[in-house]
Design a protein around this ligand. Structure first.
Ligand code: TXA
Ligand code: MG
Length: 351
């Protein structure tokens, strides 16, 4: 398949390209587009055949449901039923933005979009290009992250181009995603709201609006045991996995640096390629391997925005081993560590 690749100019896509994208989506095709979190791979969410195409292009297991993206908050009621007040409140405060809500679905949403579930995930993104595309294409666009299943989510068009060229109809290059981690998912389909995936809208921010919420057990737990069944089916897969073996070093930062230096030396001397995930404060203190800084240690926004690109950079140089410092689990830190731990398959060494 020929993939059309177009570029936005300073966050704005020209009319012709918008129309091309809308025509493709309206006729059941696939278009990758930028959002403020990560790039999404869009298809008409109400068209069973179109959403099936997403699974095929990504190599995604068919039981892993898609998020339906809307451009008008009122459209939530067209696809969800029994919507609790809390959902309206959250929509009012956090939409457009990086929040996805799980609600009971209406019949109009095909089971192929929801992975067979009777609930539907809904998000109204902040990105102007995303909103334009959604509203011109019927208003309901299913969009998982636009990566091949198992790869880190794409935060730049180059990542999408590397993964999906030849497999989808169109890719829209809108520059770097500003947030860099996928949306927060909160399940409001039953009495008790539960965070299924942490993101830039933090637990504290949600609690400010609707009171107590819990994390799903699977958010920080190792998902090997049968007894921990994540409520978001996607959280059970070993997502975000780099090619190399990633280990997180935790503890006093001097000890972490010493341990990583020791390991990096050993492995470099075996002739293997080493990647190190560091920060501005520490990047000068490593003597071996390919060192990448995610920014100042206190700047969680920068760490979140750069994490996936660094993991992909290490794939590009075929790093055999990647060693990462760990990060504070403050507000956004919860989301950062959730993704890093998954990418590492929960390999953590105490230094
Ligand atoms: O920021 C984002 O959310 C990005 C952009 C493109 O909007 N999208 C994204 O989609 O991250 P995806 O498909 O990569 O992740 C969706 C997650 C999966 O873990 C899936 O299992 C979960 O949402 N999910 C979707 N529908 C669900 C439902 N009805 N119940 C529980 N979990 C659901
Ligand atoms: Mg994904």
């Amino acid at each position: 398949m020929k993939t059309i690749i177009v570029q936005a100019d300073r966050g704005v896509l020209c009319e012709d390209d918008l129309n091309t994208a809308a025509n493709i989506l309206r006729s059941g095709g696939l278009v990758a587009f930028p959002t403020e979190t990560v790039y999404g791979l869009g298809a008409d969410a109400l068209n069973h055949e179109a959403s099936k195409r997403i699974y095929k292009a990504k190599g995604r297991p068919s039981d892993n449901p898609l998020i339906v993206h809307i451009a008008d908050p009122k459209h939530m009621e067209r696809i969800a039923r029994d919507i609790p007040d809390k959902a309206f409140k959250l929509a009012e405060v956090f939409w457009p933005g990086p929040l996805t809500m799980i609600l009971n679905k209406k019949d109009i949403v095909p089971f192929s979009t929801t992975g067979g579930l009777s609930t539907v995930a809904i998000r109204l993104p902040a990105s102007g290009i995303a909103k334009d595309i959604i509203s011109r294409s019927g208003g309901f666009i299913a969009a998982p992250s636009a990566n091949v299943s198992g790869k880190p989510s794409p935060t730049r068009a180059e990542h999408v181009i590397a993964d999906l060229t030849g497999k989808i109809d169109m890719i829209i290059d809108g520059g770097k995603s500003t947030l860099g981690l996928e949306s927060t998912i909160v399940d409001l389909s039953s009495e008790e709201p539960i965070i299924l995936r942490p993101g830039c809208i933090t637990k504290a921010m949600i609690e400010n609006v609707i009171g107590n919420v819990k994390y799903d057990k699977a958010v920080f737990g190792k998902i090997l045991d049968e007894d921990i069944k994540p409520k978001a089916p996607g959280m059970k897969y070993r997502h975000y996995a780099p090619e190399g073996c990633l280990t997180i070093y935790e503890g006093n930062i001097e000890n972490v640096i010493a341990e990583i230096n020791k390991k990096a030396k050993e492995i470099t001397e075996e002739g293997k390629t080493v990647g190190i995930i560091a920060t501005e404060e520490t990047k000068g203190l490593y003597s071996y391997g390919n060192i990448k800084s995610l920014g100042p240690r206190e700047d969680e926004d920068s760490i979140a925005a750069g994490l996936y690109a660094v993991l992909r950079d290490f794939d590009d140089i075929h790093a055999d081993y990647i060693f990462s410092e760990s990060f504070a689990r403050g507000d956004l830190g919860q989301a950062i560590m959730n993704r890093l731990l998954k990418a590492a398959g929960y390999r953590v060494v105490k230094a």
